[in-house]
Design a protein around this ligand. Structure first.
Ligand SMILES: C[S@@+](CC[C@H](N)C(=O)[O-])C[C@H]1O[C@@H](n2cnc3c(N)ncnc32)[C@H](O)[C@@H]1O
Length: 268
């Protein structure tokens, strides 16, 4: 399930990912990854991580409050302890849209490495990190305010399902937010994504965990689960690939999906 990373483990993963990126750098992205046609299921994962069990207890008792408590009590088993390697890869290869970007359910920031919000922010890309948990947002702000690129990102405490920004986004990146919310909320998630993106904006989903387990969070996800809620909103996948840069135990259980709305449907 969500892997818990100690700092030395995270450093080791960083090194491995660096080596992998170095090996892959000379290849075009399409040859580095395998095209897939559907959400291939894997065997059920044994519930081995006690922090995941604790998180489920907290969140299933009371959703918004539960996430707050998980941050307070440092029950954050999803935490990679580093920016997401595949997003860094898209950044480095110039294939990440510029403009205004939103990362819903962004979590927090690691003191030494930053996380996705900080990693992709630049003069060309203003990034909003949104999270419902005060603790996550306060910690993220505290740690990131002295970053050299601090003018190009912000962390906001808000509920993704009710938040109404003044300006729409060119990019939404979802990683471990879709699987964190109850499956019954997935249609609302897709509607919010549609309403928050500019008509020609792009949604990037790092789909995880592609598995067959029961319950959550994290709730199981498949390509079909995304299609089921995104197709009615006019989104079509422009590419779906296995994420070969997935970290440690997530390998083989992640797919990177890039989605856009077709002009015909978005005018409806
Ligand atoms: C599994 S964590 C993922 C954090 C981050 N994306 C990562 O990969 O490290 C899910 C996050 O979603 C946040 N969250 C849950 N419900 C939310 C909502 N309705 N609106 C905004 N954030 C929410 C939680 O507080 C939590 O930080």
């Amino acid at each position: 399930m969500w892997a818990l990373c100690s700092q030395p483990f995270a450093n080791n993963l960083l090194l491995q990912n660096f080596k992998l990126r170095f090996r892959l750098k000379s290849l075009p992205f399409q040859t580095q990854v395998k095209m897939v046609s559907s959400g291939a299921d894997r065997p059920l994962d044994p519930p081995t991580n006690p922090k995941v069990t604790k998180l489920q207890e907290l969140v299933n008792e009371s959703s918004a409050d539960g996430w707050e408590k998980s941050w307070e009590q440092r029950v954050t088993p999803w935490d990679l302890g580093q920016p997401t390697p595949v997003i860094l890869h898209l950044l480095q290869t110039g294939s990440l849209p510029k403009g205004r970007a939103l990362i819903p359910g962004c979590g927090s920031v690691c003191p030494t490495l930053g996380y996705d919000v900080v990693a992709i922010a630049s003069p060309e890309r203003y990034v909003v990190g949104l999270d419902i948990a005060d603790n996550a947002i306060m910690k993220a702000r505290e740690i990131s305010s002295s970053r050299p690129n601090a003018d190009y990102f912000t962390f906001l405490k808000a509920d993704f399902f009710t938040w109404q920004p003044r300006e729409l986004f060119d990019l939404i990146f979802d990683y471990t937010f879709f699987c964190a919310i109850e499956p019954g909320l997935r249609s609302s998630w897709a509607r919010c994504v549609r309403d928050l993106l500019k008509p020609d904006g792009e949604l990037i989903t790092l789909m995880f965990p592609i598995s067959d387990h029961k319950g959550g969070p994290p709730y199981k996800a498949s390509l079909a689960d995304y299609e089921e809620v995104l197709h009615p909103m006019g989104f079509e996948a422009i590419s779906v690939i296995d994420n070969e840069l997935a970290v440690g135990p997530r390998k083989g259980r992640e797919k990177l999906g890039r989605w856009k709305r077709s002009l015909k449907q978005s005018l409806m």
